[in-house]
Design a protein around this ligand. Structure first.
Ligand code: CTP
Length: 395
């Protein structure tokens, strides 16, 4: 869950550091954007320390030369939360004004925006403010009404920002609107496997683990309890609903899947598992003096997906991933049937835009009964959501 937290110049901004801590504890990645005047109410240093990211304030930082790209920030976010949202920012947003970074991000957002207006009671009930909130709601933003209570002015009435725990509940409620994997146990294999030749050398491949990780994160956000069996990978993941089990070889990956398979509802086999391993790994480093040439005898590794297909129970669903350099469709369909998968996701090569280390991916999904879903080139995290949508819509 990637949350862009917009902070505007209201006294209630003092609650934002607490909110960031709660969000981070939930496994969210948080980035803050402030309007310039918001700095008078809460320190950017506090927000950047708690969110672990620099705070974006201006389009252009004249001292460092850094450019905050509003489009990239908007694309990054699953959710834009503006908290607190002042009458001034509401008015600018309702009219489409764009004179600061936060407003430009708001206009660039494709995902949802939640607004937490907070101000003094007369301001809050002023017809122009009410009209702006109605307009923004009509335009698709989610407006969380301010609470009644004691206000910074000393007056009492509606205008108060909810306490951080309540803000968190609202945000999680919006994120959780799609909880179609709630209560499901899912195993995801990801990354490459390394098959040892000797203590310092191995047979491996270029898989990064990004696609499997994106799947694990989306599944967890949609309610699943995920066991991520991850081969050697630079990627890291932290989400309370993802248990990471790091492995090295195909054999180790297979053992983890076997030991946990009975309790699973779904298996996503996104790992690029080595097909062969050296028949015997040398105990000691093989020396150059061994000869002018050398032959390595390789034997097949266990096919983890095929094993799961063979041991699949009625309620279990299996999703495989095929990487082909030729005859993609024919081979993917064949793998779907021979490995007894329910879906086979074929990676479709798009120059520089898809494959191991790219952030984007283009896939086709093959289902049983010759069904086909063609998913356009998208960010891997969106591809993961599209795959999950296909599965839940065709159960
Ligand atoms: N797979 C697996 N265990 C293996 C090999 C593959 O679980 N030992 C799984 C992969 O995780 C993937 C699917 O099988 O979900 C297809 O992998 P792929 O490498 O495309 O196919 P292979 O079966 O290895 O066949 P080939 O390499 O000949 O294309």
């Amino acid at each position: 869950m990637r949350i862009l937290l917009g902070v505007t110049a209201g006294i209630a901004a003092y609650k934002v550091p607490f909110l960031i801590r709660l969000l981070v504890k939930q496994g969210a990645e948080v980035r803050c954007v402030m309007t310039p005047d918001a700095r008078d109410f809460v320190s950017p240093l506090v927000l950047s320390t708690l969110s672990n990211h620099p705070v974006a304030i201006e389009f252009w930082n004249k001292e460092t030369g850094a450019w905050n790209n509003h489009v990239a920030l908007a694309e990054w976010a699953d959710l834009l939360v503006i908290c607190p949202c002042t009458a001034n920012t509401l008015s600018k947003m309702a009219s489409g004004a764009c004179d600061n970074l936060l407003l430009a991000i708001f206009l660039s957002m494709r995902n949802k925006t939640i607004l937490f207006p907070a101000m003094d009671l007369e301001m809050y009930r002023h017809p122009t403010v009410q009209r702006n909130m109605d307009q923004l709601e009509q335009d698709g933003s989610i407006i969380v009404p301010a609470e009644y209570g004691e206000l910074a002015s000393g007056l009492s009435g509606q205008g108060r920002l909810p306490e951080p725990e309540t803000l968190l509940e609202y945000i999680l409620g919006v994120v959780a609107s799609k909880r179609d994997f709630l209560g499901k146990n899912v195993v995801v294999t990801a990354g490459p496997t390394y098959e040892a030749i000797d203590p310092v050398r191995f047979i491996g491949n270029h898989a990064s683990g990004k696609m499997g990780l994106a799947l694990a994160e989306r599944l967890a956000e949609r309610g699943a309890d995920v066991l991520l069996v991850l081969g050697p990978s630079k990627c890291s993941v932290s989400h309370p609903k993802i248990k990471v089990c790091s492995v090295v070889s195909a054999e180790e990956m297979w053992n983890e899947v076997k030991n946990n398979w009975d309790s699973m509802d779904f298996g996503f086999f996104a790992a690029a598992v080595a097909d062969y391993q050296p028949e015997r790994a040398s105990q000691h480093k093989i020396k150059k003096s061994a000869g002018e040439s050398m032959a390595l005898t390789l034997v097949k590794t266990p096919d983890i997906l095929a094993w799961a297909g063979k041991h699949k129970k009625e309620h279990q669903r299996i999703i495989g991933f095929a990487l082909e350099t030729q005859n993609g469709e024919v081979n993917a369909k064949e793998k779907l049937h021979t490995k007894k998968a329910d879906y086979m996701v074929l990676n479709v090569p798009v120059e520089n835009e898809s494959g191991f280390n790219a952030e984007t991916n283009k896939v086709c999904i093959f289902g049983k009964d010759d069904r086909l879903w063609d998913i356009p080139l998208m960010q891997k995290r969106e591809v993961a959501n599209a795959i999950l949508n296909v599965i839940t819509n065709t159960q």
